[in-house]
Unconditional design. Structure first.
Length: 304
């Protein structure tokens, strides 16, 4: 299918908005008395059920991986899928959508630090400026819920949010190695499917058999699997076929701002002036980091 660059940019923006719905849908599912484990497990299951037939029909060769890569892919999936998913959905519950998404967006900074010290990449002016901006922004969003109380933190929630950022960095760095051998379709499909067994064990199969959720809760969990977990990925892959990955990733940086806006409009989650400043600082920092990377391979998309 032929597409103009303007259409491709629009599709990338749509993908970012799809990913940005994750936190709000999660908060709404909590309001319907779903648990973090139920949201994590069943959203991954729905994503797998949607992705598998699509890839089987449109890109059948992406269903195969080499036997020697199965165990590394399993470990990769547990770190960036199983544990990431549970940490992300729990962080949303404990800290709110805005804090969770901004903590997650610390991962470009972690990738940058790792690239400088482990991969010997150059520390540019943009990178040197972006890192403190991102750090200060995360601190403000996470800790400035109340002007009068100053900076206060939910320790467990912040720790889980920081894990999502670390897992995001691992996904990017390790995922690049898999992308040397496999398509993005293969990586996202296997990450999704191989994340599910670990989640089943964590959730306790006996308790799963007694799962009782309202129709609204099931609808919201399906929406998490469909919109951020499937549509966001498919649309982003379409965009990446027509525009450079570096430019696409800059467009995708609207996600944290969109996530905060959606949470405000749908579930009335508000942020104060200091938190708003933090969101802006993180947004600017992420843009600087992505502009600094003059060329990069297509970035794997976090499934959440």
């Amino acid at each position: 299918m032929k597409a103009t660059k303007n259409l491709a940019y629009g599709m990338m923006a749509l993908a970012a908005i799809m990913w940005a719905t994750s936190g709000t849908f999660t908060q709404m599912a909590y309001d319907e008395e779903a648990t973090a484990m139920q949201i994590t497990l069943f959203s991954f299951a729905f994503s797998g059920l949607i992705l598998l037939p699509i890839i089987a029909i449109l890109d059948r060769k992406s269903l195969r991986i080499k036997r020697e890569d199965f165990f590394p892919m399993l470990v990769f999936s547990m770190i960036t899928g199983t544990f990431f998913g549970f940490a992300w959905y729990t962080c949303v519950k404990l800290t709110g959508v805005a804090t969770a998404v901004i903590l997650l967006y610390a991962y470009p900074s972690i990738v940058t630090i790792a690239s400088v010290f482990l991969l010997k990449e150059k520390m540019t002016r943009n990178k040197a400026l972006a890192l403190p901006l991102t750090f200060v922004g995360c601190v403000l969003v996470a800790g400035a819920q109340d002007f009068e109380e100053g900076l206060t933190f939910d320790t467990v929630g912040i720790a889980l949010g920081l894990y999502t950022a670390v897992a995001g960095a691992i996904y990017y760095i390790w995922g690049k190695k898999f992308l040397d051998k496999y398509s993005a379709n293969t990586v996202i499909l296997y990450m999704t499917i191989l994340s599910i067994p670990g989640l089943i064990i964590m959730a306790n199969p006996l308790e799963l058999a007694e799962t009782s959720l309202s129709p609204d809760a099931w609808t919201l969990i399906f929406a998490i699997g469909l919109f951020p977990g499937t549509i966001g990925f498919v649309v982003s892959m379409f965009a990446l076929r027509h525009i450079e990955a570096s430019r696409a990733s800059i467009v995708a940086s609207i996600e944290p701002v969109a996530a905060v806006a959606i949470a405000f409009l749908v579930v009335s989650e508000t942020i104060n002036a200091l938190q708003g400043l933090g969101v802006a600082l993180v947004f600017v920092g992420v843009i600087l980091l992505r502009i600094a990377k003059e060329s990069q391979e297509p970035t794997p998309i976090l499934d959440r």
